[in-house]
Design a protein around this ligand. Structure first.
Ligand code: CMC
Length: 427
């Protein structure tokens, strides 16, 4: 492969170095483009733009490969637990036993959320969407932790990271408690990270809560599958907000908001709503496939398609299998699982979806599992956020340690040329 790319503009040639990643991804490094030539690139949606070099997650959308720090998602989902993966993503290596024990203890010690945060939460009506509440609560944490992180101090950085990892599941669980208007509990430090999260969501007052071990394991695995996905919309948001040197909590709060949209993490809620609509309509998937193909209809098959995967999303494969297992374990028969499978089969045989390489993504089957666990639909994207938190933190840390410049894209202006101000009476 040549080491330079040549671009010709108006008869003048410019050369740019070619950068090759460890998995042979090739990029033209155009840092000097505008300075040398005066022109910029235009790439709406950043479909061809690499915003950074990153050592966290590798994704090959053509082959359906996903790896965190070099470990395949399949192997991590089978062998690791969520906090091991959290440590791996953020600090680069799997923890040894001592490191893992310390990490778990440190998280437990930071798990209590300031009582005044409850007042913030109670300011929301129970009808508020949990993602809106979660984003606001994450932001509100800043008020109770006003000291900004010194990113040049590993110790300071570690403390801030642990604090956020410790308190975020509590805030997430509280959004559900607010919806149900039930008491707000802190974490039970006798339980693991995932089990205590379930308990904070579901404990009924005066009753003992005992989570089903297989449900805990299934949720742990789901969180691993959501833990990072390189430069997606919410992660890019976290990096770009952080690049202005806004703090960790502010950057993550922005990430939660970005995740909420139905084209991103909000798709898991939208999938269940779509499957419910198909069921209510008599279960005829072909009608919905036709709607998704109709260019005059804004409807899209939710949970289908991906900016990067042009093959099976490896996470969807694991989640589909897990859906069968969890429903069997809990003795749940959910007719929408059959509708989902029927819809997937019909879409994968349809020329429109085949041509465009549209496959089920991570959101297609995850909601069915959450539902079987008794998690309400509006909470699905919150579950995604709890899973994605370590990825956001890892990417924020990498960006800050790498001293990346502030994110500030350019534009091509297509508005009015200079014109004279018109007095009010003349408009
Ligand atoms: N249903 C119907 N048509 C689709 C779909 C879909 N779900 N997804 C893409 N297409 C069509 C699209 O209309 C376009 O057709 P044409 O070339 O004829 O104009 C073609 O496929 C390419 O789509 P695109 O919108 O240019 O692709 P994109 O990379 O900009 O969008 C996406 C990716 C994920 C936003 C999109 O596939 C989508 O809207 N999917 C449904 C929402 C969803 O499931 N989102 C979750 C994504 S995975 C988890 C996450 O990121 O949080």
């Amino acid at each position: 492969m040549s080491k330079v790319a040549t671009l010709e503009i108006d008869g003048k040639k410019y050369e740019f170095p070619i950068t090759i990643g460890t998995e042979n991804e090739v990029a033209i490094d155009i840092k000097s483009l505008r300075g040398d030539s005066g022109v910029i690139t235009l790439d709406p949606g950043f479909k061809n733009t690499g915003s950074c070099e990153s050592a966290i997650t590798f994704l090959d959308g053509e082959k359906g490969i996903l790896r965190y720090r070099g470990y395949s998602i399949e192997e991590l989902a089978e062998k690791a637990d969520f906090l091991e993966v959290v440590f791996l993503l953020i600090f680069g290596e799997l923890p040894n036993k001592e490191e893992l024990d310390k990490f778990k203890e440190d998280i437990k010690h930071q798990s209590e959320v300031n009582l005044d945060m409850k007042k913030v939460l109670r300011g929301f009506p129970p009808t508020a969407h949990p993602m809106g509440m979660l984003s606001s609560l994450t932001s509100a944490l800043i008020a109770f932790n006003p000291k900004s992180v010194n990113v040049d101090s590993e110790e300071d950085m570690y403390k801030a990271i642990v604090k956020l990892l410790a308190k975020f599941p509590t805030l997430a669980a509280w959004t559900l408690r607010r919806k149900n208007d039930t008491s707000l509990e802190n974490r039970d430090n006798n339980l693991g990270y995932v089990e205590s999260f379930l308990k904070m969501m579901f404990q009924e007052s005066g009753k003992e809560y005992k989570a089903n071990k297989n449900v805990v394991a299934a949720l742990d695995r789901l969180l691993i599958l959501h833990a990072d996905h390189e430069q997606n919309c919410s992660t890019s948001t976290v990096r770009i907000v952080g690049s202005s040197q806004a703090g960790l909590f502010a950057s993550i709060s922005a990430g939660v908001s970005a995740l909420w949209g139905p084209l991103h993490g909000g798709a898991n809620q939208a999938v269940i709503e779509m499957l419910e609509a198909i069921k209510a309509d008599g279960g005829d998937t072909s009608k919905f496939i036709a709607k998704a193909k109709d260019k005059n209809d804004p409807f899209r098959l939710m949970g289908f398609g991906h900016r990067v995967y042009k093959n099976f999303d490896p996470r969807a494969k694991i989640i589909k299998k897990a859906a069968d297992e969890v429903l069997a374990e809990l003795g749940v028969e959910d007719p929408i699982l059959d509708i989902a499978k029927g819809l997937e089969k019909a879409a994968l045989e349809d020329e429109y979806f085949v041509e465009r390489k549209l496959y089920p993504n991570v959101d297609f089957y995850s909601g069915i599992i959450y539902r079987a666990m008794g998690i309400p639909t509006e909470m699905f994207t919150v579950m995604f956020a709890v899973g994605r938190l370590p990825g956001w933190i890892a990417q924020w840390r990498e960006m800050r340690l790498g001293k990346e410049p502030i994110g500030r894209p350019r534009q091509v202006y297509i508005g009015e040329n200079l014109r004279s101000f018109k007095e009010l009476d003349n408009r």
